[in-house]
Write a protein that binds this ligand. Structure first.
Ligand code: HEC
Length: 278
C-alpha cells in the first residue's frame, strides 16, 4: 500500500472520513498495527519499546550505558516500600488490587463499569487512598509515580492488554481518547498523530520521532531532562507544551481517555516500564 492509500484507509479507520461508519476498537487496532508494521517491517515487539533509540546509534549507545545502572531503580524500591506501608486505618494498597498488585499494571487504564469511567493506574492508586481515608497524591511525579514504577516492574514483560468492554460508556471513552489524539491543537495545528504516526522515525529539532505504538510500554520513566520520575501524563503534557498547545489537565477525564486510547495502541507489546528516557 502506498502512503496515500494507507492515509485514506487510516482516515476511514478513524471514522473521520465523511459517511464512514466508526470502525470500533477491534478493527482500529488491526488497521493501526498494520500501519506501523508497514513502516517498520523489521521491528520486533521489543523494538517498539525502544522508541527514538531505534533511529540513532549514538543515542541507543548512550541509552544502553545509562541502563547499566538504571536511574529508576530507587523509585521502584521506594514504591515497593510505600505499597507495603499500611494506611492509618491498618489497610494497605494490597487490599485494593487483585493479586497484591503483582502482574496487573499492563491491564491499566481500565474501564470501570461501577464508576462509568476510565481509571488509569494513577487514579486507581489515589482511589485506594481516598477509600482508606488518605489524601490523594500528585499524578505526574513523586510517591504515586514510585508506586506505579513498582507495580510496573512487577509486570515487566507482560503484553499490554487494554480492553474496551462491550459497554456504550466504555466505547464513548475510547472514542473520546481517539478524538483527542487526532485533534489538531496549538498555533501550528499539530495533532499527536502528525508527529508520532505520519512522521515516526523522522528527525525534528535534533530528535527522532518515536512511533505511537510502543510508547506507552515505557512509562512511568526516569527522564534525564526532569532529573526524576514522571508518569505518561507528565510526558503528554510536555509534548503539548513543546508544540505550543494548551495542555490537558493531568488527572482529569480527558487525559484519562487519551491515556486509554494511547495505551491500547500498544496492545501486545511487552511492558518495559519503568524505563529511562533522555
Ligand atoms: C511537533 C511534533 C510532536 C507532536 C505534535 C507531539 N509530539 Fe510527542 N514527542 C515529540 C518529540 C520530539 C518527542 C521526543 C522524541 C520521541 O521520543 O519521540 C516526543 C515524545 C513523546 C513521548 C515519549 C516517547 C518515549 O518513548 O519516550 C510520548 C508518550 C509522546 N510524545 C506523546 C505525544 C502525544 C500524546 C501527543 C499529542 C497530544 C504528542 N506526543 C504530540 C514530538 C511531538
Amino acid at each position: 500500500m502506498t502512503r496515500e492509500i494507507l492515509a485514506v484507509a487510516l482516515l476511514a479507520g478513524f471514522g473521520l472520513a465523511t459517511g464512514s461508519v466508526a470502525a470500533g476498537p477491534a478493527e482500529d487496532l488491526k488497521v493501526y498495527q498494520a500501519y506501523f508494521e508497514q513502516h517498520f517491517p523489521d521491528f520486533t515487539p521489543e523494538d517498539y519499546t525502544r522508541g527514538m533509540y531505534n533511529f540513532s546509534q549514538d543515542k541507543r549507545a548512550q541509552y544502553e550505558a545509562i541502563m547499566e545502572f538504571p536511574p529508576y531503580e530507587m523509585a521502584v524500591e521506594e514504591g515497593q516500600e510505600l505499597f507495603a506501608t499500611p494506611f492509618a486505618n491498618g489497610n494497605s494498597y494490597s487490599n485494593c488490587f487483585e493479586n497484591a498488585g503483582i502482574g496487573i499494571a499492563q491491564t491499566y487504564p481500565r474501564f470501570d463499569a461501577e464508576r462509568g469511567k476510565v481509571m488509569t493506574l494513577g487514579m486507581a492508586i489515589n482511589d485506594c487512598r481516598v477509600q482508606n481515608g488518605e489524601e490523594p497524591l500528585d499524578v505526574v511525579k513523586g510517591p504515586l509515580v514510585y508506586i506505579e514504577a513498582y507495580m510496573s516492574e512487577a509486570a515487566r514483560g507482560k503484553a499490554i492488554d487494554i480492553t474496551v468492554p462491550d459497554d456504550p460508556r466504555a466505547l464513548a471513552a475510547y472514542e473520546e481518547g481517539k478524538r483527542i489524539y487526532f485533534t489538531r491543537r496549538g498555533p501550528r495545528a499539530f495533532a499527536c498523530y502528525h508527529c508520532h504516526w505520519e512522521a515516526a522515525g523522522a528527525r525534528i529539532r535534533g530528535n527522532e520521532l518515536s512511533p505511537a505504538r510502543g510508547q506507552a510500554a515505557n512509562f512511568p520513566a526516569y527522564r534525564s531532562k526532569w532529573g526524576e520520575m514522571g508518569s505518561i501524563q507528565r510526558r503528554f503534557k510536555g509534548c503539548m507544551e513543546e508544540f505550543g498547545a494548551k495542555p490537558l489537565k493531568p488527572g482529569g477525564e480527558d487525559m484519562a481517555n487519551l491515556e486509554y486510547f494511547h495505551r491500547r495502541l500498544s496492545n501486545g507489546i511487552p511492558l518495559n516500564a519503568p524505563n529511562n528516557r533522555f
